[in-house]
Ligand binder design. Sequence first.
Ligand code: FAD
Length: 304
Amino acid sequence: EAGVPAGTSGTRLALSFEVMPPRSAAQQERSGALLELLASYDPDYVAVTSAVGTGWSAGTAAFIEQLAATTRLRPLAHLTCTAAPRRELTEWIERFIDAGVRGFLAVRGDLAAGQSAPPRGHLAHADALVALLRAVERGQVARLCAGRLAIGVAAYPSGHPESRHPEEDIDVLAAKQRNGADFAITQLFFDPALITAVTDRARLAGVTLPIIPGIMPITGTARLQRMCRLSGLTPPPHISQALAAARSPAEEYDIGLDLTADFVDELITAGVPGLHFYTFNDPTTITELLSRLRPATLARLTAD
Ligand code: FAD
């Protein structure tokens, strides 16, 4: 359309939400309302994170199976190399396929302090996990009824902290695609120009898969700092300063969500293929954030 910036009109965008599996009876009870809200936006996937040492193989898997069995949401099960040795991961993948799960996000997993790689017997990197998923899929053709698994991987617009140089991140993304990944979801980042930069570099290297930005709602300084620490990032000064100028936690929340909504609108203008929202299991914040997007953005997220 003449006069309309790229990415502000046109096809529907991919939409996914990321939730953490409930860790207590109270959280389990609250998850119903969260899932109902997310279903109202008709997302492509609800991604379920995985954390080692918090009952991945029991609680998380049960939650994913419950999602698949009792809601019309499509789960995107995060699988990590760190969660279990290769043999055990294979059994979990087969079990998920049996439960109707068709979407997976293959990541290595965060390493514990002092660890430099997943333990012996575990896959070392996410590209190997993508290959394992495709191998299990080939063995399960009958059960998949000619369907196919959708496999996502992680991408890093600000660079992965362990990578020696930015090109390593692109080489790794190429390896993940070669092994069968369908799309990538990014680590959090704050400069909308970075999504265009990483996508352009990926395309030059022959990586064609959609690169979908992961959006962290900014709700206050404490979470921003914690999430940046976990991701090896530094909070950008303009965001830290804007939050610091708030006179109350409510104002800080308001400023943070406005900054996040502006960021999302800029990403849409940059032409991203979809959006992946980290929900922190907080339905109020997701409702607030989505209500602050430009109507044209929201329409493209929810249009048929
Ligand atoms: P890899 O692709 O294995 O990369 C890790 C490092 O190794 C990079 O420096 C890379 O360049 C290098 N590398 C990769 N492949 C090779 C290779 N074949 N040979 C040599 N070097 C290589 N963590 C969790 O624990 N649970 C989750 O649920 C979770 N969900 C996530 C969701 C998203 C969208 C993102 C972006 C991250 C998520 N993470 C999660 C965090 C992730 O596990 C960490 O960022 C981790 O440090 C790297 O994961 P990766 O899949 O990118 O690893």
